[in-house]
Design a protein around this ligand. Structure first.
Ligand SMILES: CC(C)(COP(=O)(O)OP(=O)(O)OC[C@H]1O[C@@H](n2cnc3c(N)ncnc32)[C@H](O)[C@@H]1O)[C@@H](O)C(=O)NCCC(=O)NCCS
Ligand SMILES: Nc1ncnc2c1ncn2[C@@H]1O[C@H](COP(=O)(O)OP(=O)(O)OP(=O)(O)O)[C@@H](O)[C@H]1O
Length: 202
């Protein structure tokens, strides 16, 4: 049976992974499209061969995997290359993510996607939860998590929807500008609300 799906989105470093980890502790089935995006380019998969053909062997690690740092630099400084990669990967990612969502047995399932609004997938989920933080905090958290430059994070940010655009499509908003204890409390509140919406169905 098709699950009732909550789309969980937010820009880079907004806290989507931290939020979904709390939902997971409450027993909610979830799929993160960033994880699916890694599986579809594993060594031996056709998508990885297509990427190497277009960009050259320089995008592969000595072990034959995708060199994600090289790829990050390539695609966030060239919108045409990013579009090419998205057109290759997004249909594969969507198909895999839907298959994995269907495997859960909780009252609802969560699809974590940084590009839910950008890809139009907000129209295919039952409800949209946006994790929202002020941009300065988002950049600060992403820089310290990824040990990367602020310029690199800002390049990624500019490839994503603006905060306002994302919030326009939100049914619910979790403002993640406080500590992790606050985040946990907010997740519990939202979870109880979603259970009520689902009429207590397990
Ligand atoms: C460029 C890649 C190899 C960089 O890998 P890396 O391990 O450094 O980052 P990771 O995949 O964990 O992504 C980190 C964050 O970058 C942002 N991001 C990734 N891809 C995109 C994109 N196409 N557009 C805008 N932001 C993106 C998201 O906020 C994401 O959460 C990778 O992000 C990728 O394959 N992107 C293309 C696939 C895609 O669009 N994924 C986004 C979800 S469908
Ligand atoms: N409330 C919070 N207090 C302190 N640190 C936080 C909080 N929420 C998230 N963080 C930290 O901020 C960083 C970014 O959070 P997280 O990785 O969950 O973001 P994300 O939205 O999943 O990012 P991406 O789009 O890159 O996958 C992480 O190091 C995380 O531990």
């Amino acid at each position: 049976m098709k699950p009732w799906v909550l789309g969980l989105t937010g820009g880079i470093g907004s806290g989507k992974s931290a939020v979904v980890a709390e939902f997971a502790k409450l027993g909610v089935h979830w799929v993160d499209v960033d994880h699916v995006a890694r599986w579809v380019v594993e060594p031996g998969k056709p998508a990885l061969a297509a990427i190497a053909e277009r960009f050259g062997e320089g995008v592969l690690t000595p072990g034959g995997g995708l060199d994600r740092t090289v790829m990050r630099e390539l695609i966030f400084q060239d919108p045409a290359q990013r579009k090419w990669l998205e057109q290759l990967l997004h249909p594969l990612i969507r198909q895999e993510a839907l298959a994995k969502l269907a495997l859960g047995e909780s009252a609802y399932a969560i699809m974590v996607s940084p590009l839910l609004v950008e890809s139009g997938q907000h129209r295919q989920v039952d409800r949209v939860l946006v994790v929202d933080v002020p941009e300065a905090l988002q950049v600060q958290r992403a820089v310290s998590r990824d040990q990367t430059s602020e310029a690199q994070i800002r390049a990624i940010l500019s490839a994503q929807a603006s905060r306002e655009e994302r919030l326009r499509h939100a049914d619910d908003v979790l403002v993640n500008d406080r500590d992790l204890a606050w985040l946990r409390q907010e997740v519990e509140r939202l979870h109880n609300f979603y259970l009520t919406l689902r009429g207590g169905q397990e």
